[in-house]
Ligand binder design. Structure first.
Ligand SMILES: [Fe+2]
Length: 284
């Protein structure tokens, strides 16, 4: 009897040992390995209204600062250029906390690295909540423009070579998503970009042929489904990461929510690796 009890006790000690070891290894991986990865998500769409093949590279939520060194911007620019994009679009949250990190941030090095990004069809960006907050609002637009990114704030422009209408929206949490928003053009392909996915639920009249790109959620950072859903930041609109349809209809606008590149609050990523998104838009 006593022998059986000892055996059971030993078994539980082993189970506990393996659980603690697995948690420790997962923690080390989430802290030191996954945040430094960079994967490419590839998508392709039959884009109704578009006049020529167009490759869009979308990256977002870099959160350069205390936990994301500006040195990593070289790898980012190289990976983007290797994809040979026509357009490059940034989805906001360039710096994690400008006020906190400004003494250590080498903005000149960041400018040099990101200015190497090449896109013959243009480079564009929108505002994120971290671009408005932490004192970054004073520098964000000027800084992005200094290396060739045009910042769109409730604006649209027609890229005639592709017959693509690019619509960029202000950050809804900290900016001003209101007033006179740009109208959707007839007969061209609408590509909408904003930081927070909840923006999709605030806009009206989105054409069913549209594609919308968002960031903000970081895929929950810890991408274990029931944890991720519970720790999503305000403005996520219930989206975590990946491809969604705007509504249940068979033909419906498409949404892609990127898990982005950097981290905020906790320097951890688990099952939600940093990503850049490569989207091939093709005429129907
Ligand atoms: Fe972010």
């Amino acid at each position: 009897m006593k022998y059986k009890q000892t055996k059971r006790k030993r078994r539980w000690i082993w189970v506990l040992f393996w659980i603690v070891l697995a948690a420790l290894l997962a923690g080390l991986y989430a802290r030191f390995v996954e945040p430094n990865l960079l994967v490419v998500r590839r998508l392709s769409f039959q884009a109704q209204g578009i006049a020529a093949d167009c490759r869009v590279v979308f990256f977002t939520d870099t959160h350069f600062g205390e936990d994301k060194s500006v040195d990593s911007a070289k790898q980012l620019a190289d990976r983007i250029n290797r994809l040979e994009p026509d357009l490059v679009i940034f989805g906001g949250d360039l710096l994690d906390n400008y006020a906190r990190d400004r003494e250590q941030l080498d903005l000149e090095l960041l400018r040099q690295q990101l200015s190497n990004i090449e896109a013959p069809g243009g480079k564009y960006a929108v505002w994120g909540n971290h671009d408005w907050g932490g004192g970054a609002a004073r520098i964000y637009q000027e800084f992005m423009e200094s290396f060739g990114f045009r910042v769109l704030k409730n604006e649209s422009l027609l890229l005639e070579a592709y017959q693509l209408q690019l619509l960029g929206y202000d950050d809804y949490l900290t900016g001003e998503l209101g007033g006179q928003l740009p109208a959707f053009a007839e007969g061209v392909f609408p590509l909408l970009v904003a930081h927070e996915p909840y923006t999709a639920q605030l806009l009206s009249g989105i054409p069913e042929r549209a594609l919308m790109l968002f960031g903000h959620t970081h895929g929950g950072q810890v991408g274990i489904p029931w944890i991720a859903r519970r720790i999503l930041p305000p403005g996520s609109g219930g989206f975590v990461r990946g491809l969604y349809a705007l509504d249940d209809a068979e033909r419906s606008a498409q949404i892609y929510v990127s898990s982005g590149i950097g981290t905020t609050r906790l320097p951890l990523r688990l099952l939600s690796p940093p990503e850049i998104v490569c989207i091939d838009l093709q005429p129907e």
